[in-house]
Design a protein around this ligand. Sequence first.
Ligand SMILES: Nc1ncnc2c1ncn2[C@@H]1O[C@H](COP(=O)(O)OP(=O)(O)OP(=O)(O)O)[C@@H](O)[C@H]1O
Ligand SMILES: [Mg+2]
Length: 307
Amino acid sequence: MLEIKNLIKKYGKFTALDNLNLEINKGEIFGFVGPNGAGKTTTMRIIAGLLKANSGIVNVDGVDARTNPKGLKNKIGYMPDFFGVYDNLKALEYMEFYASIYGIVGNKARQLCLELMDLVRLSDHTENYVDEMSRGMKQRLCLARSLVHDPELLILDEPASGLDPRARFEMKEILRELHNKGKTILISSHILPELAQLCSSIGVIEKGRMVVCGTVEEILSAKAAASPIIMKFTEGQDKAVEVLKQNNLVQNIVIRDNSVSILFKGSETEVAGILAAMIQNGAMLSSFTREESSLESLFMQITTKEE
Ligand SMILES: Nc1ncnc2c1ncn2[C@@H]1O[C@H](COP(=O)(O)OP(=O)(O)OP(=O)(O)O)[C@@H](O)[C@H]1O
Ligand SMILES: [Mg+2]
């Protein structure tokens, strides 16, 4: 559905996107995560056709962004990370204004806009002035606006930022509904656990490069491999440490008074093997746990590697 290859974007001498690659399949909700300034908005603006890349390929459902920018715009709904000024428009008027940009007018426009406002739970607020709406309502209106031309791909730049937990929950529910209607969604956020609940795949961007990309399951299993194993012994800790030192799948042994923690780069079967070896060697093991590391901590590990 969306293919990005070797995308490069420079602002003057500064390279904001450095050979970025990204692929999203039809019907996916893809989470785009990265620290401030990583290049998320830049990437999204390029996909939406609002910004020109220096080089690279952006292809949406067979439409090349460079040769057919108009075709691209029909396929994409873009929700920016900021709100403009609304010049005293009421919510429904605002929606109808956007529909008219796409040539939808009159009764047809009214009908469509009411349906979309219903979808984003704004049916009771059609006559509210946009400027007087709460942030959560504005964000939902903005989402409804991005849907007027029935795009296949939605590009949502931090749609849940600045929302309270309830409003975030509502936004998530609406996105699930859109996903069920067959939309492909690219969504950016800093809130990684939230994306993990919502998305099928996740890409982590840092300094304009994709550092990790895969299904949520793949990323979670990479996380498990990066989580330390902590062991406690009632007797024979030194004997256990002997065994650990001889195993080259064991990295980084940390010995504390009453526990030993290791990083282990092996399969579950290999974990079982090393456990058996320690016990055979006379260690009395009383506890064996993987440190609970959140997706958040994986994110921290990945994104601070270079610093
Ligand atoms: N118009 C511009 N001129 C110069 N530099 C820019 C411009 N827009 C963005 N940048 C720089 O490019 C980098 C990427 O910015 P971008 O807004 O894409 O990051 P982001 O991942 O969306 O960050 P955030 O999480 O804060 O929204 C940043 O270092 C930013 O300062
Ligand atoms: Mg941004």
